[in-house]
Design a protein around this ligand. Sequence first.
Ligand SMILES: [Zn+2]
Length: 423
Amino acid sequence: MEAKKMADLIISNAAELLTCKNSGSDFEVIENGWLAASGERIVAVGGKDQVLPFYEEGLTEVVDATGKVVAPGFIDCHTHLVFGGSRVEEYVAKLTTDDLTVLQKRGIKTGIRASVEATRKATEEELYQSAMGRLGRMAAAGTTTVECKSGYGLATDTELKILAVNKILQDSTPLDIVSTFLGAHGWPADQLKTDYIDLLTREMMPRVAAEKLATYCDIWCDEGYYTAKESELILKTALDHGLQPKIHTDAYSYIGGSDLAAAMKMVSADHLNYTPVAVLKKLADAGVIGVLMPALDFAVKHPQPFDYQAMKEQGLTVALATNICPGCWTESMQFVMALACRLYRMSPAEAMLAATSGAAKALNLDDDYGTLEAGKYADFQVWDVPSYAHVVYRLGGNIVETVYKKGKLIVDNSGRDFAFKGL
Ligand SMILES: [Zn+2]
């Protein structure tokens, strides 16, 4: 028998400890909750009686969480973290006009192609520094694992440069970075789509695979982007190279991308604003996770909200993500959850599950991440609030006091609220 692992860290007496291991209706909240970790892993979760036996004098550090909430670290399962510049002028112009010619007259470049230009110009070091800033603020707001897509290169060297930055972020921060190749985010203005598909499948994918730069391959399947047929060809080629398929689909039209996600049993299908109810059922039956991004829809003032209630009725497991990108710059899963609850009628418990265990499933990481249970990584956060519903109630703030990643303290915000200068 394996010797019992004594804890080097115990979090004691939380007002509420959220394991996030259950489904929406029976969301588990342990009152006066305790958690013990040894090394990178959780060894016990429960009440004092279950956890205190893991205490060892001289070994165990005990952190008192009286009056606070302990929750799994957020998993941000859909981001475009690495990009050059910003699109603040475009965002601001669109606040007061829908007329794109006004932007053109002012010389404001828009959309993915504007970001491609800025990202191509940026050095690897510049991309790393700007992504690090965002990543640090994401961690300070409770995020412990982040999926990062390429897609602002649309040329071999820049796509590889972005994926190389993902790798450096993984190596230089305590967070887990899941890297996704999204060369099929669009195609360059000066190239035929068919020629670019050749470049994607014959040049980029073999290099991404050979250099082990990504786990997933993603595509944008929508009107004006890639067709379902093109997506199938590209993602099947990706699979041949050992890259697992994901898909941006039904964001602005329904052209069969979600059917493809179900047919290929993809790990996730992301956006789903226009997905018919029958296809939501197909996704649920195929075990595909629906990734929802309320902050993107908010930022672009999307005309067609995704239908969370229909997803729920069809039994689709969902995840929430920031979709941080130049068109939707949010670093806060708390903000995303607040929008999901207020605008899409998610309960706070459903939003918590979608931001933790659902998001772990959307990255196929749920064996080790996303819930607080013995055996999983000790990725968790402590909130300075008396009950978890405050996470969707305190709009635009940050309730996170501390964040632990694989058993180590990585963020300490305590005292910040009162740090007035000169008092
Ligand atoms: Zn996206």
